[in-house]
Design a protein around this ligand. Structure first.
Ligand SMILES: [Fe+2]
Length: 315
């Protein structure tokens, strides 16, 4: 363990972080550098850094990403202007008028933000995703067994572009491949920033990610600088937004779910339904027996289509 500075917008705080790569035993096939102790202490509780060996990997060169974008279904390629406000809402930035091809070719100066979703549909990218997540699973399985729904996302963005404030429903490790970016991320347990009602909305709303950014919460954020070779763990539903530095950025997001993360989604759906009926439901995670009862009730309600709640696709 080493002590490093994690900057917030208004102050800097010291926080225990993994010494990237410590305790790892390198091998020819190793993709990630994970410190076992730090993983155990931080997994799904707080963001923490890892290392990786994917910087410079040929699958992330722009011509290869362009080929990938052409192969993926149209619905899996999303892009918009990158010079948007933090509070803009994900995917709500204006269109650029450029094609996918033009956007990637001109990414240095076209002020765009792009995501290639579900790259696990493509053989080579799926193999790489599996290699990485196999390494994560060695650490995550004792803590959150049953890794499934492995999904990969690649973010390509112009200098100084912004990914607006939002939540995601999966366990995530964001691996920085090219360029650098600052990730502003909050604890998923910080109820000053993210209320139970916010989470209920997130897990039940058709239009996910209507979460409202409040600038007064910025001082409570942890800010991590990601550079090539560094990765960051995002706990499930940890609120975040991202700003690129002055170069083109390419990042690889490796994500997964577990039965626990799926159960949590159902219980929030039940709480949302109770709240709509005038109840004040107990917060998720406070009483295990009560959560289990809600989960089983929620599954039954969903089976009979009495509950409008799904464990959410990534927006
Ligand atoms: Fe995200």
């Amino acid at each position: 363990m080493s002590r490093v500075e994690v900057m917030t917008s208004s102050s800097s705080i010291a926080m225990i972080q993994p010494q990237v790569g410590a305790d790892s035993s390198p091998s020819a096939t190793e993709r990630l550098k994970i410190n076992a102790d730090d993983f155990r202490a931080g997994f799904n509780r707080q963001p923490f850094l890892i290392g990786h060996h994917l910087a410079g990997h040929p699958l992330f060169e722009l011509p290869r990403l362009l080929e990938l974008a052409r192969r993926l279904p149209e619905a899996c390629v999303a892009y918009n202007a990158g010079n948007v406000a933090v509070a803009e809402g994900l995917y709500k930035g204006p269109r650029t008028g450029l094609s996918v091809e033009e956007t990637i070719r001109r990414i240095e100066d076209c002020q765009s933000w792009m995501v290639l979703k579900h790259v696990e549909m493509d053989g080579e990218y799926n193999a790489l995703l599996d290699q990485c997540l196999d390494e994560v699973q060695m650490h995550s399985e004792p803590l959150a067994p049953g890794m499934h729904k492995r999904e990969g996302f690649i973010f390509i963005s112009s200098p100084a572009s912004v990914t607006p404030y939002h939540l995601d429903p999966e366990y995530n490790f964001l691996l920085q491949i090219r360029g650098s970016k600052a990730v502003h991320i909050w604890s998923p347990e910080d109820r000053t920033v993210l209320t139970d009602e916010d989470l209920e909305d997130f897990y039940t709303s058709e239009a996910q990610n209507n979460l409202r950014f409040k600038p007064e919460h910025e001082p409570r954020a942890f800010v991590f600088e990601l550079t090539p070779g560094r990765g960051l763990h995002f706990p499930v539903t940890a609120p975040h937004w991202v700003e690129n530095s002055s170069g083109v950025s390419v990042s690889f997001s490796i994500t997964f779910r577990t039965p626990a993360s799926e159960r949590r989604a159902v219980v929030y759906g039940v709480n949302a339904a109770l709240r709509r009926r005038g109840w004040k439901p107990k917060p998720v995670g406070r009483f295990a027996m009560l959560d289990a009862m809600k989960y089983h009730a929620g599954r039954l309600a969903r089976r009979f289509k009495l509950l409008n709640n799904s464990p959410t696709a990534r927006p």
